[in-house]
Structure formats: structure tokens, C-alpha cells
Design a protein around this ligand. Sequence first.
Ligand code: SF4
Length: 292
Amino acid sequence: MVCKICPRQCGVDRNKGVGFCGQGEKPAAARAALHYYEEPVISGCKGSGTIFFSGCSLKCCYCQNYPISHGNAGKTITVERLSEIYLELQDQGAHNINLVNPTIFTQPIIESIRDVKHRMKIPFIWNSSGYELAESLRMLEGLIEVFLPDLKYVSPKLSALYSGAADYFQYASQAVLEMYRQAGGVRLNQDGMIEKGLIIRHLVLPNSTHDSIKVLQWIKDNIPEDAYISLMSQYTPIPQTSGMKFLNRRLSRREYHLVVQKLQELDFKNGFIQSLESACPEYTPEFDLSGL
Ligand code: SF4
């Protein structure tokens, strides 16, 4: 069957070839292990059972996971193996199953969750770029407890320049609304870990505070207050952005302060503000096929 699962809508048969995302039909991933560098309600003290999927339908030029998103590093696995991995991570004590960049494998992920859902005591997290079709997300109904999308840009110019997707906001805004419809507001368990709900992430980029403020305003105007927002400061230039005038440096203190100030002005009730000092290399783990 031809693939139109994400907004790229390539229409290729992924049994025979690949589209923009660079991936065939079977799931492929680069790591499945406990991960400790997500928001505190996700990582807790025992870690989030994180599966980093290979390929990407967005491919931002500054991606911190470049070798897997652009380079397609990773290993192809079966749907049955993916189900086993969920159980193994649960046995290792994971607070949740964190599906990183899952969109292009929506169908095999649905099958893999259905096979083991009755044995899972921890929530599934859909940790995505936000560049998704609302109708594809509707297929996840009842399978995913927590949605953790990015909302990267409002400006079509910026999204075209950095992610080759002028229509990013058009799709991501609808995707986030669908995620809230399914998961609703955040609910924590007695240990303070997330059980269900929506957390929207926004990574502030250098030279883009104007657009960050538009993102915050849209969230405030469109998403109920019981969803969380996670403002992130960890942008780090990579070799691929070294020639790019606007992306070849870290975020300045002044820029981040401006966006944090807007967040406070808008009076968001729930969420996280990453400190500017906290970015560290551990955020990006080794993509060494662990746990696959
Ligand atoms: S998942 Fe891949 S092949 Fe399918 S539409 Fe998106 S980019 Fe194209």
C-alpha cells in the first residue's frame, strides 16, 4: 500500500522503496534503553523506556539526532520484537515507554502496542516533531496515554528554511489539537509521574524569539490550561549548521529571557522551563543499537 501517513504524503510503496523519510515499512530504531534526560514527570528516578526510531519525516537542518534522522542509522526489527522491547523496558523498571520520532512507523507501532497492551502497566508516550496528519493520529485512539509533541514554528518562512516544510504549522497545530482531544490534560500518579495528557515542547532557536513568542501565544489561545508546556533552551549547533548565519551559535541569555518573560506574562499555569545552563551532551545518547 502506498504511504501517505505524514504530511509529506509521498505515495510510495514502502515495501519496494522509500519516500522522504528514508524508511521502509518495517520499524527501524537505533536504541531502546532507559533515558534520564526528559522532563522530571517523564524520566523520574528510574528512567523513561526510550526507543529512538530511525528516519524522519521532517529532517530539521539542526537536528540533534542527525545520524538517525538524516543518516538513517539503526536496525530494522519486526513488529513482534518491538512488542518484546516494550515488555523488556517495563521489566527494567521504566516509568513509561517513550516512542521518539514514531510518526513514520505509525502502523507497525499500532500493531505492536495492540499485541501487548493487556500486559503493560506503564503509559505509552508519543514523542514527535508535531509534523503529523490529524487523521493518522486518530488511529492511535486508546493506545497512547501521553502526547509529547514539539511545536517548533508558526512562521512558514522559518519552517521552510530550517525543516523544508512551509506547511509545518498548518499541520502541527491541527495535530496538537487532536492530541489534546485524545489525551486531555496532564494527570500525575501518586509518585508525581505522568499517567496521561499532553505536554507541548518548544525549543527556542537563536535569532527566532519573535516566532517563539507566536508559538506561545497560539498555545495560550488554543490549548486548555491543564496541558503542560515545556520550554527548552538546549539548542546546540552541529557541524551541518556551521555555515548557517542564524544557527551557528547557542541561544543567548537575552533571547531566552525574552521568551521566558513572555511565557510568564501569558500566565501559563503548568509546565517546565529548562535552565539555560542545563544543556549537556548526555541529552543525546549513543545510537549504538542498545536494547534492540
Ligand atoms: S512516512 Fe515517509 S514515505 Fe510516508 S508519507 Fe511520510 S515521508 Fe513519505
